[in-house]
Design a protein around this ligand. Structure first.
Ligand SMILES: O=C(O)c1ccccc1NCC(=O)[C@H](O)[C@H](O)COP(=O)(O)O
Length: 262
C-alpha cells in the first residue's frame, strides 16, 4: 500500500464519520456559505499578478515537521503583505497537521485573495464543507479519483461558486480529466507515492495542456529563477509550501522570493 493509498483510505473513513455527525444544513447555514468568492483564475490572470500561491504547511509525509512554531494569522498576513496571488491551506490533520480552523482563521484576515482548501477530496460533502469554512478553491487530485468523480465534483464545486484546481502528475491523470479546456490545472512535480520531486515534470506535461487553461506548477520550487524558467513554458501559477514554511518568518521569506523574480 502506498502512502497515497493510506491517506485516501484514512480520509474516506474520516469523512464518513464527520458526515454522520454534521448535518449538511449546518454547513449551508454557515455565514461563509453566502459570501462572494475570490477567483483564483482572475488573480492568476491579473497583469500584475505575482502568480505565487503560498502554502501554509506545518508538516508533510515526505518531510515530517516543517514548522510548528508559526501561527496561521501571522503567516497569512505575511503572505498578503508579500502580494501573493493566492493562499493554500492544508486542512488535513493526520498527515499534514492542518485544520479547518486554520482556514477559517485565515479567512478572517484574508479578505482580498483566494484561498485554496488543500486536502484530499474523496466525497462531495468536503466540497460543501470547503465553502462553509470560507475557501474559494478546492483541489481535485486526479490520481485519487475516477473520471466520473472528477466530473461530478467539478460540477458540484461550480454549482457552489467554487473554483477547482485539478492536480495531475502523469499523462494518465490528464486523460482522466478528459476535457482540459478552460480549467486550472496544477502539475505536481512531486510523485505522491515515492515523494521524488522533478521540476522537469511540469515542463514535460505542459505541452499537453491547451492554452485555454491556466497552468500551475506545484511542489519543490525553491529558487526564484525557476519561476522565470517555468513562465517560458506558459505557467502562470506557482504553488510553494516548504520553501517559505521552513523559515522562521514565512511571510518575509515569501516577500524576499517574490522581489527576486525577474
Ligand atoms: O508534501 C508531501 O510530502 C506530500 C505527500 C503526499 C501527498 C501530498 C503531499 N504534498 C502536497 C503538495 O502538493 C504540496 O504541499 C504543495 O505542492 C507544496 O509543495 P512544496 O513547495 O514542495 O512544499
Amino acid at each position: 500500500m502506498t502512502i497515497l493509498d493510506k491517506i485516501i483510505a484514512f480520509k474516506k473513513k474520516e469523512v464518513a464519520k464527520i458526515r454522520a455527525e454534521v448535518p449538511l444544513k449546518k454547513l449551508i447555514e454557515s455565514p461563509n456559505f453566502n459570501r462572494d468568492v475570490f477567483s483564483l483564475e482572475k488573480s492568476l490572470l491579473d497583469l500584475n499578478s505575482t502568480g505565487i500561491i503560498a502554502e501554509f504547511k506545518r508538516q508533510s509525509p515526505s518531510k515530517g515537521i516543517i514548522n510548528d512554531k508559526v501561527s496561521i494569522t501571522e503567516v497569512t498576513q505575511g503572505y498578503l503583505d508579500a502580494n501573493v496571488a493566492a493562499q493554500s491551506i492544508l486542512t488535513d490533520l493526520s498527515f499534514f497537521g492542518g485544520t479547518m480552523a486554520d482556514l477559517m482563521e485565515a479567512r478572517v484576515i484574508n479578505q482580498e485573495k483566494p484561498i485554496l482548501r488543500k486536502d484530499f477530496i474523496v466525497d462531495g460533502f468536503q466540497i460543501v464543507e470547503a465553502k462553509a469554512i470560507g475557501a474559494d478553491v478546492i483541489l481535485l487530485i486526479a490520481a485519487c479519483l475516477t473520471p466520473l468523480e472528477l466530473k461530478n465534483y467539478g460540477i458540484l464545486a461550480k454549482e457552489l461558486g467554487l473554483e477547482v484546481l485539478y492536480e495531475v502528475h502523469t499523462q494518465e491523470d490528464l486523460d482522466k480529466i478528459g476535457d482540459l479546456d478552460n480549467k486550472i490545472i496544477g502539475i505536481n512535480n512531486r510523485n505522491l507515492n515515492t515523494f521524488e520531486v522533478d521540476l522537469e515534470h511540469s515542463i514535460k506535461l505542459a505541452s499537453q495542456i491547451p492554452d485555454s487553461s491556466i497552468k500551475v506548477s506545484e511542489s519543490g520550487i525553491s529558487d526564484p529563477r525557476i519561476i522565470t524558467g517555468l513562465k517560458e513554458y506558459g505557467f502562470q501559477g506557482f504553488l510553494i509550501g516548504e520553501n517559505f514554511m521552513k523559515e522562521e518568518n514565512p511571510g518575509e521569506a515569501c516577500l524576499e522570493f517574490i522581489n527576486q523574480i525577474k
